[in-house]
Design a protein around this ligand. Structure first.
Ligand code: HEM
Length: 146
């Protein structure tokens, strides 16, 4: 990510902070509206799930210059997602719901440059999470969160 993109993500993240809980909630609501088949993967209440996502994103946004320090944690997060039943193709659906929620929360402040910066961050997170070879093989996880 460029330093401009890092700044754009940080500024918009601060702008969202007062409404971050609603934004996370809207992300999941949107995801389940468009893709109801994904809802069964989630066992945790949507608000609590939103808190976990926000905490993770908070750490990522704070560590953008130093992303490598997070990569082991993010790879582990990706491994857990495999066990939750998440598949490689689900990432694009999640990303769309994330952008929808960000644009809803930020309104006019969600400029094309801000959107591009968030795409860069998501791409980095998702690429690291999907680094696990089992994603590529679409294998059935052993520790399924049934
Ligand atoms: C950049 C992308 C993503 C991030 C940062 C993220 C973050 C998280 C975090 C922090 C948790 C909490 C549990 C844990 O730490 O293991 C979680 C759980 C979960 N995520 Fe994600 N996630 C992402 C993408 C996705 C995608 C694409 C899906 C597919 C629909 C998904 C589905 C789930 C499910 C099913 C759980 C478990 C919920 C439960 O415990 O009931 N996530 N995610």
């Amino acid at each position: 990510m460029t330093s401009e993109q890092i700044a754009a993500v940080r500024t918009s993240w601060e702008q969202l902070r007062p409404i971050s809980e609603q934004t996370a909630f809207q992300l999941y609501t949107r995801l389940f509206e468009l893709h109801p088949e994904l809802q069964h993967l989630f066992k945790t209440d949507t608000r609590e799930q939103g808190h976990k996502l926000l905490a993770m994103l908070d750490t990522a946004v704070a560590s953008l210059e130093d992303f490598d320090t997070l990569s082991t944690d993010i790879r582990d997060l990706g491994d857990r997602h495999l066990a939750y039943g998440v598949r490689v193709e689900h990432y694009a659906l999640f990303e769309d719901a994330l952008h929808w929620a960000l644009s809803h929360g930020l309104g006019e402040r969600y400029t094309p440059d801000v959107a591009t910066a968030w795409r860069a961050l998501f791409g980095r997170l998702a690429d690291t999470m999907r680094g696990h070879t089992a994603y590529a093989h679409g294998s059935t996880p052993q520790a399924s969160a049934s």
